[in-house]
Design a protein around this ligand. Structure first.
Ligand code: ADP
Ligand code: ASP
Ligand code: MG
Length: 440
């Protein structure tokens, strides 16, 4: 049997008992004859708590030192998990990201993986050990400093290792039973799907469905790593991120998922579904620039300043007024808001706009589905449902298989539920279960 990479998120290893429960699952896989590599996140909300602690020491911790601090979270869980597996009678060895060969660029806090050289992991597997790897971290090729991959980055560690080791499957274990049609913490009637295409999952993840990180889905697609999302708390079969053709040969033990009846049922329902899911994101903010002279080059100048400030912008709307000036609004990660506004204010006189406004009380809702390509009227259905729920739309953007709207943050949950119902996604099989985690 081949290599299985399993990733356990923070809520799956939140305390000693959870670590022992996860260890026994790993031991079962090992005893069934698999070579097992485990990527583990920091326990519970450890990463958030470490960030809070750093901010008590200084409001702007140096990025290098913050990475040193945060990577300690994953070192704690990797060592404890390794101990628990050893106690259960199977030999395990834990490795930091650097020891596991996760080589990154030098961009602290959001490092990109540029190479994976898992020699020590391969050696440990050959010697019969379960290899435990600290997620979310690597080492810079140039500075040799320890880096982190950005929040939720353990998902990317797992897929990168699975690709480099040519693993049969990368299993992402979390606190819900798989991918749902919306976040089960917000929509109790969300429905779990057995399969979802990588294309749709990528858009859901990029729109805020944090059950998987978009970078991890992208990586999995590029290197053809089969991804399987499931719960570490239940024995349910979970969700495969794949298309039907590859699902037929999917190399996992979840044979129940591929029973002919189940497959047929799913193929039928997939053919009918126009929308595969609703995602929401509370982590963005909005900047509005008023009185921008309506002449060529102003937008170019404004967005080059925004880029230099390091912000990755998302939606952009421009309205041209009748008085020769225009208004430009855009959304960006809330964490980049302050630096971006400061940078824009410093060029106000040069660019000639009248004011910069910022707003961090926004929410973004997105509906995603490949069925949008061939079904007219999807926007109309969405806007009608939101109007009936009394929700005002501040910005709208569309792509081939996604429609996103910006609302007030405090209306976002209602908006998500209204959209979910409007596209007939509500389950009639009872409430979705969330087994753990704080949703932080
Ligand atoms: P982990 O600690 O395992 O990495 P995360 O908190 O990062 O877990 O991701 C799991 C959470 O993602 C779930 O508890 C759920 O609230 C949220 N989530 C958002 N959208 C979805 C979705 N479409 N399907 C399943 N879970 C979702
Ligand atoms: N512990 C890190 C975080 O909370 C990485 C992860 O969990 O994937 O973001
Ligand atoms: Mg996560």
């Amino acid at each position: 049997m081949g290599i299985v990479v399993q990733k356990y998120g923070g809520s799956s290893v939140a305390d000693a008992d959870s670590i022992k429960r996860v260890a026994s699952r790993i031991v079962d896989y090992k005893k069934a004859g698999h070579e097992v590599v485990v990527v583990v996140s920091a326990m519970g909300d450890t990463t958030d708590e470490l960030i809070d602690l750093a901010e008590q020491v200084t409001p702007k911790p140096p990025a290098r030192e913050l990475d040193m601090l945060l990577t300690a979270g994953e070192r704690i869980s990797m060592a404890l998990l390794s101990m628990a597996i050893n106690v259960a009678g199977v030999e395990a060895r834990s490795f930091t990201g650097s020891q596991a060969g996760i080589i990154t660029d030098d961009s602290h806090g959001k490092a990109k993986i540029i190479d994976v050289t898992p020699g020590r992991i391969s050696e440990a597997l050959s010697a019969g050990y379960v290899a435990i790897v600290a997620g979310f971290q690597g080492v810079s090729q140039t500075t040799k400093d320890i880096t982190t991959l950005g929040r939720g980055g353990s998902d990317t560690t797992a897929v990168a290792l699975a690709a480099a080791l040519e693993a049969d499957v990368c299993e992402i274990y979390t606190d819900v039973d798989g991918i749902f049609t919306a976040d089960p913490r917000v929509v109790k009637a969300a429905r779990q799907v057995p399969f979802i295409s990588a294309e749709e999952m990528l858009d859901l993840a990029a729109s805020g469905a944090k059950v998987l990180l978009d970078r991890c889905v992208e990586y999995a697609r590029r290197y053809s790593v089969p991804l399987h999302v499931r719960s570490s708390f239940s024995g349910k079969v979970g969700t495969l991120i794949t298309d039907f053709e590859s699902a037929r040969d999917f190399p996992v033990s979840a044979t129940e998922m591929f029973s002919d009846a189940r497959r047929q049922e799913q193929e039928n329902s997939m053919e009918q579904a126009i929308i595969s899911g609703v995602a929401h994101d509370r982590s963005e903010a909005k900047v509005t620039i008023l009185g921008v002279p309506d002449v060529p080059g102003k937008a170019a100048r404004i967005f080059s300043i925004v880029a230099e400030a390091g912000a990755n912008i998302d939606m952009i709307v421009q309205n041209v007024g009748t008085n020769g000036s225009s208004k430009i609004s855009f959304t960006l990660p809330a964490g980049d808001l302050e630096a971006t506004v400061t940078a824009l204010e410093s060029v106000q006189a040069e660019v000639g706009f009248s004011e910069v406004q910022s707003d961090d009380a926004i929410g973004k809702l997105s509906i995603v589905g490949a069925g949008m390509r061939s079904n007219p009227g999807v926007s109309a259905t969405l806007f009608q449902a939101l109007a009936e729920a009394g929700i005002n739309l501040e910005m709208i953007s569309t792509s081939e298989i996604r429609i996103s709207v910006v609302t007030r943050a405090d209306q976002l949950d209602d908006a998500v539920r209204a959209a979910h119902t409007a596209f007939d996604l509500d389950s009639d099989e009872g409430e979705a279960v969330v087994y753990g985690g704080t949703g932080r």
